[in-house]
Ligand binder design. Structure first.
Ligand code: 5GP
Length: 115
């Protein structure tokens, strides 16, 4: 393991535990450790790319296919009313982990919150 591996690479490799939600050859989805709402899920490419625009198109497509598949399932799993789907793409946008991740945050009528 190299020292500059991101925390999400370590999660993908099973070196750090996470609550797995979904997995394909290219994508891993797991529960956020500090959820903004119950069921808050992160979808990441298994290969590490820091920024959305750095992903090859096929990887971006795989990530969005997983988002497409998981969004209704996450919403149903916690009986939410909607889902905020979001990416903080770059430090100034609030990105803390330098490995692309899509937030799926279940939303509830009147919750007044969100990322
Ligand atoms: P960002 O601010 O980069 O868009 O979001 C990073 C997200 O990763 C945060 O919501 C944070 O709670 C989550 N996170 C950071 N470290 C870990 C971890 O070790 N495990 C899990 N499951 N989530 C993490």
């Amino acid at each position: 393991m190299s020292d500059d591996e991101t925390i999400f690479e370590k999660i993908v490799a099973g070196e750090i535990p996470a609550r797995s939600v979904y997995e394909t050859d290219a994508v891993f989805a797991f529960l956020d450790a500090n959820p903004l709402a119950p069921g808050h899920t992160l979808v990441v490419p298994k290969e590490a790319y820091e920024r959305v625009g750095e992903m090859p198109a096929d990887v971006a497509s795989d990530v969005f296919a997983a988002v497409h598949r998981l969004t209704p399932k996450v919403e149903d799993a916690v009986d939410a009313d909607a889902v905020t789907v979001g990416v903080n793409d770059g430090k100034a946008a609030g990105q803390e982990v330098p490995h692309v991740h899509v937030h799926l945050v279940p939303r509830f009528e009147g919750d007044g919150g969100g990322p």
